[in-house]
Design a protein around this ligand. Structure first.
Ligand code: FES
Ligand code: FES
Length: 158
């Protein structure tokens, strides 16, 4: 067992974990963060995407011990005081989900994408989200949602 200290969605945790434990299993099984789904066992789908020190990672491709001393944000930590993040709101308004299984990962990856490119073209959104698969929507509404969120975030940026 290895002792890790992490901050997840604003709360500090210390836990003893097996070195082989994947971050996604730590989040879901130890911390009850089941908002982060597992969609594959090949690190392809992106459903498990979280922010690790602000950058998006597939949490099934990271060991919990690699997250030691890191700050992790899951889909459960992106709203603030009951107010949705602009990306969450845009996904809702643009009907960018159907079954919703890919949505947590899509939103986390989109938040990271918008940090680097606050005004992404349609092509840039498609490139930025290529590691996240959706079996339902055909992606058009997802792209629209990300660009809508970008516009809102530019308008409200200080
Ligand atoms: Fe599919 Fe992590 S669960 S990439
Ligand atoms: Fe069903 Fe994306 S909404 S997989």
């Amino acid at each position: 067992m290895t002792r890790i200290s992490v901050n997840v969605d604003g709360i500090a945790y210390q836990d003893d974990v097996e070195p082989r434990l994947l971050l996604v299993h730590y989040l879901r099984d130890r911390l009850g963060k089941t908002g982060t789904p597992i969609g594959c066992d090949t690190t392809n789908c992106g459903a498990c995407t979280v922010l690790l020190d602000g950058r998006s990672v597939k949490s099934c491709s990271v060991l919990a011990v690699q997250a030691d001393q890191c700050e992790i944000t899951t889909i459960e930590g992106v709203s603030s005081d009951g107010t949705w993040h602009p990306v969450q709101r845009a996904f809702h308004e643009e009907h960018a989900l159907q079954c919703g299984y890919c949505t947590p990962g899509m939103i986390m990856a989109s938040i990271d994408l918008l940090k680097d490119d606050p005004d992404p073209s349609e092509e840039a959104v498609r490139d930025g989200l290529e590691g996240n698969l959706c079996r339902c929507t055909g992606y058009c509404n997802i792209v629209r949602a990300v660009r809508r969120a970008a516009q809102e975030m530019r308008v409200t940026a200080p």
